[in-house]
Design a protein around this ligand. Structure first.
Ligand SMILES: [Zn+2]
Length: 266
């Protein structure tokens, strides 16, 4: 078959357009990163026994796998349909960050705080574990807030001299009241005033992709609302355990908290 130069040009343009519109997250297979694995055809795919996101163009499908921060580097596999497909998790060193929190109860909660914290964790876990196989999430995120990233994902945290869980999101410093927008379309699946996270919103984008917004001064959506990319959801604040006003932005994929930067074009 022969094609005119014009037809070839159109074909190349449409392929480029498809790749751009597709906007896959960055392949960065480290603890706290993402493996973008070509799987040929889109079949239900599992990692560690749990469904993972699959996205397909006209000529290739991919499994988009969130790798928990606690994962040891080494060989792993996904199961796609009946096929086993291997992938490698490379080592990555995260630095340690020491922080001083003035409110000591936020570092060592009182017994009466633990029940509240447990309930909040349940609400967040149920959002993180939800998997809507019929949705096609847009993974080409816009930044929820403009501003310098005051602390990066994965830092090992020591609060008032005591080791705590690693930092599971991205901090974006911005003045109190700065608008926060949804980075992609989704549904508000959890919200509340949480002990550590302050005023918090969780948005489900489908196929196990959930984003979280913490320490807000105000929440401008309601539970169950659908939001579009770029729609106002709340404002930056300093509620919960903070050292100053900022947005803590978390991204969860197949219940693994991963680096939000991997979803941003820059
Ligand atoms: Zn944070």
């Amino acid at each position: 078959m022969t094609r005119s130069p014009g037809a070839t040009f159109l074909l190349i343009c449409s392929l480029l357009w498809t790749a751009q519109a597709f906007g896959l997250p960055e392949h960065h297979p480290v603890p706290g990163g993402i493996a973008v694995i070509p799987i040929g055809i889109a079949e239900p795919t599992k990692y560690n026994g749990k469904r993972v996101m699959t996205l397909a163009t006209s000529d290739e499908a991919y499994a988009i796998v969130g790798i928990p921060l606690s994962t040891k580097p080494g060989e792993y596999e996904i199961i796609s349909g009946k096929r086993r497909i291997a992938f490698k998790v490379s080592p990555h060193e995260y630095e340690t960050q020491h922080l001083t929190i003035k409110n000591r109860r936020q570092v060592n909660p009182l017994p009466e705080d633990l029940e509240r914290i447990g309930g909040e964790r349940k609400a967040m876990d149920s959002a993180f574990l939800h998997f809507d196989a019929d949705s096609t999430p847009n993974t080409d995120f816009q930044s929820p807030v403009d501003g310098p990233r005051s602390s990066s994902f994965g830092l090992r945290r020591v609060l008032n001299g005591q080791p705590r869980n690693p930092h599971s999101g991205m901090d974006i410093a911005a003045p109190e009241g700065t608008p926060i927008v949804s980075p992609a379309a989704g549904i508000v699946v959890a919200m509340g005033n949480y002990f550590f996270n302050g005023n918090t919103i969780l948005i489900d984008h489908g196929q196990g992709l959930v984003t979280m917004y913490c320490h807000l001064s105000s929440i401008d959506v309601e539970l169950g609302n659908t939001v579009d990319a770029g729609e106002l959801i709340g404002k930056v604040g300093q509620t919960g355990r903070v050292t100053g006003p900022h947005l803590h932005w978390g991204v969860s994929l197949n219940n693994a908290r991963v680096d939000p930067a991997l979803f941003l074009a820059d």
